[in-house]
Write a protein that binds this ligand. Structure first.
Ligand SMILES: N[C@@H](CCC(=O)N[C@@H](CS)C(=O)NCC(=O)O)C(=O)O
Length: 126
């Protein structure tokens, strides 16, 4: 099942790139200053996902729409990322947002709705 998802992911990646006009930080058309602010704000954040997960797709779309530059790790393409998700995050489920904060315990946030609400709230911080 995951092998099929992986192959579908490889096949659909170029289509998603076209649809999202390139998942880059400034694809949202935000000014460079705003992109820099968001980059700083979201330091230490990583999205664990895989390409054909519909829940992960919603989160990736939000990142692009709002111009939030967060690195992503595809757990079907990167076995080390999958292992990290399961052993440290505690669940074999995507999307999952890893939040590393200096001096604090790393948080593993599951549930697309929670992740989107968190992104929305955090991106408003000064
Ligand atoms: N309620 C979750 C659903 C996430 C979900 O079902 N993800 C699937 C991939 S599309 C998954 O990782 N399934 C594996 C599992 O739950 O063991 C959300 O909204 O994020």
């Amino acid at each position: 099942m995951w092998e099929l998802a992986r192959y579908l992911g490889i096949a659909t990646r170029p289509i998603e790139k076209m649809m999202l006009l390139g998942a880059r930080a400034n694809a949202s058309g935000k000014p460079a200053e705003e992109v820099r602010r968001l980059s700083g704000l979201f330091q230490g954040h990583t999205l664990y996902h895989f390409q054909v997960s519909p829940y992960a797709w919603i989160v990736r779309r939000t990142l692009v729409k709002w111009g939030i530059p967060i690195p992503m790790r595809d757990i079907l393409e990167d076995p080390a990322a999958w292992k990290e998700l399961v052993t440290q995050g505690g669940k074999d489920q995507v999307p999952c947002l890893k939040i590393e904060t200096p001096g604090a315990q790393t948080r593993w946030m599951y549930e697309s709705r929670d992740i989107i609400a968190y992104l929305k709230q955090k991106s408003k911080q000064g």
